[in-house]
Design a protein around this ligand. Structure first.
Ligand code: 6GU
Length: 263
């Protein structure tokens, strides 16, 4: 897979693309990442990439010409243009589903918009897709583009060492992860749940599934509504939740803030 990124801040991508899973995938030749400076496609001595908004109002708007020229130039380097995706808070929300969908493309071209805006004709006549990474404001599409690349690349064959991590995530069927522990089994008197050191694999699998269900019900009931549960699991969860003593996550986090340096 080849991913081109159009940005006004190419420096942002250097170290993330050298480190981590993305870096390894690029080193191994599983993906090709090419970052382009939109300013290189601007005209004139001043290389202007933005301008005032017609009709007035605050904030600059990205001009259409440099973006069209950049996309057309990058597209001409290959027979397939690939999907052109604008990163914008107005886009469809990035989910695991969307990431998997994008991972099926041979090529992606990600355009990092600036928060204040992009000329509407870019949306109408240049872009195939628009993606947001969540309902909060970022000053530009650069970090969202990094998020998209990471989420997409993990789906490509050979990128994850064992393949098992992704398998297990999708097997969990849209539930939150169960609690994990590593050595020592006793850390400052806080012991790892007995079942995990028991060696009973069936018991461990059952405990983990239950913990995933409970955690999802407590923290993300919206996810639970869409998850695939057996009738038995739904029933078990309902009974277990009726006597659940754990406070909602917001409450738990609020009380953690009152911890002192020693407690
Ligand atoms: Cl894709 N861009 C910006 N500027 N802000 C965002 C976003 C994208 N997704 C969430 N917030």
């Amino acid at each position: 897979m080849r991913i081109d990124i159009l940005t006004l801040f190419p420096e942002v991508f250097r170290s993330p693309f050298e480190a981590s899973i993305i870096g390894r995938a690029a080193q191994a030749g599983l993906i090709e990442l090419v970052v382009h400076n939109i300013r290189d496609y601007a005209e004139g001595r001043h290389k202007v990439v933005d301008d005032y908004s017609f009709g007035g109002g605050p904030g600059m708007v990205m001009k259409p010409e440099p973006l069209f020229r950049a996309v057309e130039s990058v597209a001409s380097q290959d027979s397939t243009r690939g999907r052109v995706v604008l990163l914008t808070p107005q886009g469809r929300l990035l989910t695991q589903e969307v990431a998997r969908e994008l991972s099926g493309e041979e090529r992606l071209l990600l355009i990092c918009g600036r928060y204040e805006g992009v000329d509407e004709r870019v949306r109408q006549h240049l872009v195939d897709d628009e993606v947001s990474i969540g309902d909060y404001v970022l000053s530009g599409g650069e970090f969202p583009a990094l998020v998209v690349v990471d989420a997409v690349v993990r789906h490509l064959p050979g990128v994850l060492g064992s393949e098992s991590s992704l398998e297990e995530e999708s097997h969990a069927g849209g539930l939150l992860e169960y609690p994990q522990y590593t050595r020592p089994a006793d850390f400052r008197g806080w012991r790892v749940p007995e079942v995990l050191v028991s060696g009973h694999h069936a018991e461990i699998a059952r405990w983990r599934r239950q913990q995933s269900l409970l955690r999802t019900a407590r923290r993300r009931p919206d996810l639970l509504a869409r998850a695939r549960l057996t009738d038995d699991e739904r029933r078990w969860l309902e009974e277990r939740r009726a006597e659940d003593e754990e406070p909602p996550l917001e409450e738990a986090v609020a009380s953690r803030k009152t911890r002192t340096a020693s407690s």
